[in-house]
Design a protein around this ligand. Structure first.
Ligand code: NAP
Length: 302
């Protein structure tokens, strides 16, 4: 069978593309590696998605997107895309099967960047975490370090502070990158403090982290901090390893035009994986809708 469109990735961009493609009556397959929702499911309250004043749980919103896509007729399978072959009939080679399609929409998102310091690998899942929603409850009355100064670090530090005794944020510069409303909210929590111009150097401990050595990048001075856990939010890396031949920017994000066309005809990209300024659920769903309509135009006017 030849699909009209195969969407790779079941985050908000991919699910939105699936809703729009199946409503356009395109034969639509969405391939997702784990579970639908992408990074959205690690957010306990999305408060800037229009229509949900007071916030909505990211997992719950993802389920609504997925149900909507299925109700319109999109097929969703759990498999891992490992290669895309371009040509008039395109192929998506996945771990369990090869699928043929007229168009491909890449919505594979990003993954968390690691610190690459000593001790990080040793304590992965045992004190080093990249997901506050998943792991914060384990740190009740404990001392936690959050690394990073962007929206994720500040938002998640506020969430972790509801459980932990103390949350220390280490940021490599003297100014936070996070949006102002998140910074204001952070300041309302007396158990959160920020150390500026500081980067982690080494995590030490026997079975679990006990201390972290930090370097002040202005003075080069090292300081030890007693901690029970480290949450790392230092940015994202686009998931582009499973395809080649598309134009990427210097950071590895897929370059598209405003209609989500990539540098290869019939291949579209949307959501966090593409080069753009604002990575939010609201921009991901907009990208997904546009990618589906562009795929439809490509099929109808080859
Ligand atoms: P981000 O915006 O790229 O911020 C990463 C932070 O980590 C920056 O403060 C950066 O420092 C720091 N950093 C980078 N590499 C580092 C290293 N090797 N060592 C120490 N620190 C390092 O990433 P993010 O916070 O994960 O956010 C990703 C995207 O999702 C953004 O577009 C963000 O706006 C969006 N997001 C939005 C919300 C929301 O709207 N509520 C929530 C979460 C995420 P510098 O500042 O010096 O570069």
């Amino acid at each position: 069978m030849i699909y009209d469109v195969i969407i790779i990735g079941g985050g908000p961009a991919g699910l939105s593309a699936a809703i729009y493609a199946s409503r356009a009556r395109l034969k639509t397959l969405l391939i997702e590696k784990n579970g639908c929702g992408g990074q959205m499911i690690t957010t306990c309250s999305l408060e800037n998605y229009p229509g949900f004043n007071g916030g909505i749980d990211g997992f719950e919103l993802a389920r609504k997107f997925e149900d909507q896509a299925k109700d319109f007729g999109a097929e969703i399978i759990y498999d891992e895309a490992v290669r895309i072959e371009y040509g008039l009939a395109k192929k998506v080679i996945a771990a369990n099967c090869t699928y043929e399609t007229k168009t491909v929409i890449i919505a594979a998102g990003t993954h968390a960047k690691k610190m690459n310091i000593r001790g990080e690998e040793k304590f992965l899942g045992r004190g080093v975490s990249f997901c506050a929603t998943c792991d914060a409850p384990f740190y009740k009355d404990k001392n936690v370090l959050v690394v990073g100064g962007g929206d994720s670090a500040i938002e998640e530090a506020v969430y972790i502070s509801k459980f932990a005794k103390n949350v220390t944020i280490a940021h490599r510069r003297d100014k936070l990158r996070a949006t102002k409303i998140l910074q204001e909210r952070m300041r309302l929590h007396p158990n959160i403090s920020v150390i500026y111009n500081t980067v982690p150097k080494e995590i030490s401990g026997r079975d679990f982290p006990e201390k972290i050595t930090m370097t002040n990048i202005k003075t080069n001075e090292n300081k030890d901090l007693k901690i029970d856990g480290i949450f790392v939010f230092i940015g994202l890396i686009p998931n582009t390893a499973f395809f080649s031949g598309l134009a990427l920017d210097e950071a590895g994000y897929v370059i598209t035009d405003e209609n989500m066309n990539t540098s290869v005809a019939g291949i579209f990209a949307c959501g966090d994986i593409r080069k753009k300024q604002l990575r939010q659920v609201v921009t991901a769903v907009s990208d997904g809708a546009q990618a589906a309509i562009s795929a439809q135009h490509y099929i109808e006017n080859p």
